[in-house]
Ligand binder design. Sequence first.
Ligand code: IFM
Length: 456
Amino acid sequence: MTHFPPSFVWGAAAASYQIEGAATEDGKGPSIWDMLCRKPGAIWEGHSGDVACDHYHRYPEDVALMRKIGLQAYRFSISWPRVLPDGVGKVNPAGLGFYDRLVDSLLEAGVAPYATLFHWDFPYALYCRGGWLNRDSADWFADYARVVVEALGDRVRDWMTLNEIRVFVGMGHLDGEHAPGDKLGMPEVLRVGHHAMLAHGKAVQAIRAASPGPCRVGWAPTTFPMIPVTESPEDIAAARMAMFSVVEEFAIWSNTWWLDPVFFGRYPEDGLRLFGAAAPPIQPGDMETIAQPLDFCGFNIYQGSGVQAGPQGYPISVPHPVGYPKTSFNWPVTPEVLYWGPRFMYERYGVPLFITENGLANADWVSLDGAVHDPQRIDFTRRYLLALERAIADGVDMRGYFHWSLMDNFEWANGYRERFGLVFVDYATQQRVLKDSARWYAEVIASNGAKLHEGL
Ligand code: IFM
């Protein structure tokens, strides 16, 4: 017995800069990640995405692996400077040609393409013109969206605009750990965020206008769900309150600051109060543009924290106990996030949902028998998917799940230190090995989730 609907989409995800390589080939322009990787000390052990998994050349082999796993869908991203080397203006046909071939191979293999337009590799040429701080960035992005949809929209039905807005805004422009590596003041950071949201809204319009056939449009923010430590009504209410408040410690990481504008056409009151004069300048029509109707919302969910009701019902954070399970990246293993995250989000925003990323970094290697044994990934994914199934059973309109990641790849500032893949990549030889988890996931997909209950 499974609660996953027959139409549920089982997939895996990856992103352009993390896997493609071919950083300077066939007319591709530099991105802000190409530039950050050249800065001494910015990336673990000086790694870069120059070669990555060489997916640009090896995509036929990678699509064959997807087929072997039985993936029904593949979420990939398009490199903006590969398509438009200067970010605007002249289109690079060779760059577009790569995605054209990739989409054809996916369709031939029976894998539905889910395309993300921006997964962080912003064109360096546009950064030199102010990047997201320049209000024109919204139009630059919308025009890029048009170019891509005109080329691929006859075959791609499912589009996402931005991946993890608060991460590229916060880690790229406030903390400076991600590209472009800036540490700006809060007014500038919030302006970057406002322009990125405007870009999202304008891109949704551009996608719908350029798509030759029916299409579905969403975006893929990340969220860090709050988990009620008991299922008492008080703890659930406290977790919900924590999930939907903008509080000083985590202001830029809050959910509502990024989601309310897109779904309700307004910034949350508590956020506006907290940010005060640092809040972004809003021009007439901005909020209407940002709040374009979406067909779905994707959520990237990995971990969360426990919350209980304190005095007057206010949320109190409950730390994980000593010895709590953690992934190799030191992220706590909190399967309940795939129940409470979707449940709270669906209650508030009421749109169909996808999990557009979920997975773990693990210390994987090739064993003497030539296989990659990763029981932790199987156990982790099984627990998380069972929690997701519970959300579906409780009425959440959940359309699909994309495991992060299809294959080991470049984990941003952490270089190749962390392995998130279902497929192991030997970066020296570019040999791929299906991990045990990939074989197990194939059975989960084939049974539409029934495999998750085996032996329970
Ligand atoms: O690798 C990243 C991905 O690019 C964005 N979401 C989180 C993943 C793991 O850190």
